[in-house]
Design a protein around this ligand. Structure first.
Ligand code: NOJ
Length: 506
């Protein structure tokens, strides 16, 4: 949940914990059983809260620690568990450690400070680039440089230092003691750096800062903490190598990790099937549950992506003005919702996905995301998926609260939750019904059924089956299994049309 854009309880244009609390009934009715909160801690918001100044304080724009505790408890009473987001790779440049480091204290050792290279140290210590574009190093007036794999306001911590490890275990305990059930780990594969900080050489193994073996000891230690509280982890691990990916999911490490292969996969039957098979095969040996994610606060919203010529997701190809057919994208997103909710494992729904919100075009002068600025204005950044939600069609700012911190498109009220709640044919109606019916699939594995090219069909131990047609020709459905729920109308002969999914009763 991107609190800043969910619901604004105090009318200042920024979403807050009061807003979330007031919408718990909506979330319960949707059938949500856990909420992952993007960072809600004290932050200068240079990267939407992923620049944390104090892990033990709630940002005043969102509320107070007491209110967070109340929210965790109230959610729990509604059957909703809380997952907090921990950002161990970096802190804000306003964090007391970094301020002390800048003042020349021993805290420098908690970060990566280095003299520059070249004459007079005028060049960065190595050639690493920031994930947001530009060099990963910033020079200080005293001549030293510090490392930041993201924005300059997000200095990287030195995970070789025992105080960094100790502090994070204390932070985990702090939140577990407040009743959170889980922790999402930001940039989980980036923490540990090669101590020599060598230049990056394409293809050289191991990578100087991605997926280093030393990380596993960090997570084993975290796991011991989580086990004391019965807490679970979900790692943000973007790794193309599936064998390396699943190492994070070994029984004494993380419980789950986000499935970026599925999130990035184009809307093509063969590739989706391969992504599903690979995911299940990766998870089986370690006994970890799979996750299914179609979008989050970093990527293009699903209905927009699926309506484009290139239906995959890749940060590298994001551009202003990519044409999309929203009717087509919405049809596919509805089918994709039924597909993912029928698969074995956990499904993450990103706020507004259940409303079928498109990616919004933000006028460049209103963009706040550092990805846009660090790309020199060529990458539109991620604000288009972070626009404050429409709750009420007839209220100012579509019922979000005060004047939203990011502008809402003029058409936003048409997607309002109150309109959709009254319409079973809406995206919200589909999500509610699908989540309610989902237990018909049971907990068991998936068995693929024979299908024509371009069609995905599988059954689960619970007896129900799911058929998704991505081919041009409509498919016949077995007369013996009546449809339980469909993402769109069947044709006049009861066949499943293109870009449509159906759940069939046993
Ligand atoms: C991944 C988060 O999801 C993203 O929003 C953030 O910018 C980076 N990590 C850096 O913390």
């Amino acid at each position: 949940m991107y609190v800043r854009s969910f619901a604004d309880g105090d009318g200042d244009g920024t979403g807050d914990l009061a807003g979330v609390r007031s919408r718990l009934p909506y979330l319960a009715e949707l059938g949500v059983d856990a909420l992952w909160f993007n960072p809600w801690y004290l932050s200068p918001m240079k990267d939407g809260g992923y620049d944390v100044a104090d892990y033990r304080a709630i940002d005043p724009a969102f509320g107070t620690l007491a209110e967070a505790e109340k929210l965790i408890a109230e959610a729990r009473e509604t059957g909703i568990r809380t997952i907090v987001d921990i950002v161990p790779n970096h802190v804000s440049d306003q964090h007391p450690w970094f301020r002390a480091a800048l003042a020349g204290g021993p805290e420098r050792e908690l970060f990566h400070f280095r003299p520059g290279s070249g004459p007079g140290g005028e060049l960065p210590p190595n050639d690493w680039t920031s994930q947001f574009g530009g060099p990963a190093w910033t020079r200080l007036p005293d001549g030293d440089w510090y490392l930041h794999l993201f924005a300059p306001e997000q200095p990287d911590l030195n995970w070789a230092h025992p105080a960094v490890r100790q502090e994070h275990e204390d932070i985990l305990r702090f939140w577990f003691e407040r009743g959170v059930a889980g922790v999402r780990i930001d940039s989980a594969a980036l923490l540990v750096k090669d101590p020599r900080l060598p230049d990056f050489v394409e293809g050289r193994d191991p990578h100087p800062y991605v997926d280093r073996d030393e990380l596993h000891e960090v997570y084993r230690s975290w796991r011991r903490v989580a086990d004391e509280y019965g807490g679970v982890f979900v790692g943000e691990v973007w790794l193309p190598d599936t064998e390396r990916f699943t190492r994070y999911l070994r029984p004494d490490e993380l419980h789950t990790a986000f499935n970026f292969s599925f999130l990035s996969c184009p809307w093509e039957a063969r590739r989706l099937r391969r992504s599903i098979d690979d995911t299940l095969a990766e998870h089986a040996p370690v006994g970890a549950p799979a996750t299914w994610v179609l979008c989050n606060h970093d990527v293009t919203r699903t209905v927009t992506r699926y309506g484009r010529e290139d239906t995959g997701f890749d940060f590298a190809t994001k551009a202003f003005g990519t044409p999309t057919d929203l009717a087509l994208g919405t049809r596919r997103a509805r089918a994709a919702a039924l597909l993912s909710l029928a698969l074995p494992g956990a499904v993450y729904v990103y706020q507004g996905e259940e409303l079928g919100l498109p990616e919004a075009d933000i006028p460049p002068y209103r963009i706040q995301d550092p990805m846009y600025f660090r790309s020199g204005g060529t990458d539109p950044g991620r604000d288009g998926c972070r626009v404050p939600l429409p709750w009420r069609a007839d209220a100012p700012h579509a019922g979000f609260g005060g004047e939203p911190w990011l502008p809402q498109p003029a058409y936003w009220p048409a997607y309002a939750a109150d309109l959709q709640a009254a319409d079973p044919g809406s995206m919200l109606g589909l999500y509610r019904e699908a989540i309610r019916l989902r237990p018909v699939f049971g907990d068991g594995p998936l068995t693929w059924l024979p299908t024509p090219e371009g069609v995905l069909a599988f059954t689960r131990a619970g007896g129900a089956s799911c058929v998704v047609n991505l081919a041009d020709t409509p498919v016949e459905l077995p007369a013996s299994s009546p449809p339980l729920l469909a993402s769109g109308p069947l044709d006049e002969r009861g066949r499943l049309p293109k870009d449509t999914a159906v759940w069939l009763r046993a």
